[in-house]
Design a binder for this molecule. Structure first.
Ligand SMILES: [Zn+2]
Length: 427
């Protein structure tokens, strides 16, 4: 890099801007095909070289302490504000500059970039920003796995060579192969890397459902798979029919069970803080006609039937309001079984009470035999423990529950047993 006077740098920036401006206002019709393609290649090189100048300017900003003077959260936030960039864009630029730019030590000494080979190729306009991303991620993983320095340098040169031949998507595949070769025991050994990359989001998919996306660290993935698989096993019905749900649907239902279990655990007095409560609102017309869509406090819509089924469980608060928003009725703690009632239910049912089900009490919810919305009481003679799966199906498949001498019996629908002999769980 040449040393320049302040005036010369400003003049060079002005001249570059003027040159690009002149070029982009040119009429291209006079060019033959070969010339046209040459111009397009030259412009691409200009674009990449201009982008790579971030690797000079960002370290300069940091060496002077300028971002720290203006913002709390570091260089990325400063660059985003300065250039009106999305946080992801400015974050990538700063990440690249930290790997490809010169590093200023505390002593004021300048040391070369972490990835000198990639930095040179980038400055020469040979690689794109996306390719830089791929290479930095791959080398970051190798570095995290404590690969020796000379091996790292070899991997860097190899990837730079490949980047001059292949686009970013193909390069990502090559990088993956390289990782598999160099780290046959797994590529994400470095916990800190996982900590940085861990991620989960649940956002509306625009069709009334939500899309869950996640990169889980090893521990969370192990927990999730163990718990979800244990709950997602197929559950044959009492008449021996196969579970009609797909594997994906069973995993979805398992997640729902986990969340309900977590929510219920919060209703026990010994847990700290406020219980997690789903608040459901509906209008009096909806409540009386059982039609329309009720809303949860998170804004999801569900049918009034579905809402009442959820409201039938212990700790879900709900509100019925009139068209002007006035509250006419609301779910109170009277519907919530007390801890004593819960213990008595566990002693009686020992888990899901549905005939043949082996789910333990922790996986069950309290079902009102006569629905609470139809006047059913919250007492032992009207409550039964059911797992999420059987709670869902008890109505839809036509089963009926009758209490005989304080014990729940299940009356099968006629299409399963013409005599409708009551059955119970002989746990
Ligand atoms: Zn069950």
């Amino acid at each position: 890099m040449t040393t320049a006077l302040a005036g010369e740098v400003v003049a060079a920036a002005d001249a570059a801007l003027a040159a690009v401006s002149e070029l982009t206002s040119c009429d291209l019709t006079a060019l033959d095909e070969r010339q046209l393609l040459d111009v397009i290649r030259a412009v691409e090189k200009i674009r990449r070289m201009a982008e790579s100048f971030d690797n000079v300017t960002i370290p300069e900003l940091e060496a002077r302490g300028i971002p720290a003077r203006y913002v709390l959260r570091g260089t990325s936030q400063f660059v985003a504000g300065l250039l009106n960039l999305a946080p992801s864009e400015s974050g990538a630029r700063v990440r690249h500059a930290h790997e490809l730019g010169a590093r200023v030590q505390l002593s004021g000494q300048i040391s070369p970039p972490l990835l000198p080979g990639l930095a040179a190729a980038r400055a020469a306009g040979m690689v794109t920003s996306k390719q830089v991303d791929v290479i930095i991620r791959c080398l970051g993983t190798l570095r995290g796995a404590q690969l020796p320095v000379d091996e790292l340098a070899k991997a860097e040169m190899f990837l730079v060579e490949q980047a001059e031949l292949f686009d970013a998507a193909t390069l990502a595949g090559i990088a993956k192969q390289l990782l598999d070769t160099l780290l046959p025991d797994g590529t994400l050994a470095d916990e800190r890397l996982q900590q940085r990359r861990r991620f989960l989001s649940c956002v509306p998919n625009g069709e009334g459902m939500h899309r869950l996306t996640a990169d889980l660290d090893t521990e969370t993935a192990a927990l999730a798979l163990t718990v979800l698989h244990s709950l997602a096993a197929p559950k044959p019905s009492a008449d021996g029919d196969r579970d009609e749900r797909t594997a994906g649907q069973r995993m979805h239902d398992a997640l729902r069970s986990v969340l309900k279990i977590a929510q219920r655990s919060a209703e026990l007095p010994r847990s700290a803080g406020l219980p997690a409560t789903v608040l459901i609102t509906m209008t009096v017309e909806q409540f009386e006609t059982r039609t329309g869509l009720a809303a949860t406090s998170f804004g999801q819509k569900m049918s009034v039937d579905q809402a009442l089924r959820i409201a039938d469980q212990a700790c879900v608060a709900w509100v019925v309001h009139n068209s002007k928003g006035g509250v006419l009725n609301y779910g109170t703690t009277q519907r919530c079984a007390t801890e004593k009632q819960t213990l008595a239910l566990i002693a009686r049912d020992k888990g899901c009470a549905f005939p043949g089900c082996t789910d333990p009490p922790e996986w069950t919810e309290k079902h009102h035999v006569i629905p609470w919305s139809q006047g059913g009481q919250t007492d032992l003679n009207n409550l039964v423990l059911l797992c999420d799966h059987h709670h869902d199906r008890i109505d839809s498949h036509g089963w009926r529950i009758v209490m005989q001498a304080g014990v729940p019996w299940f009356v099968p629908p006629r299409w399963i047993d013409a005599g409708q002999t009551p059955r119970r769980n002989h746990r």
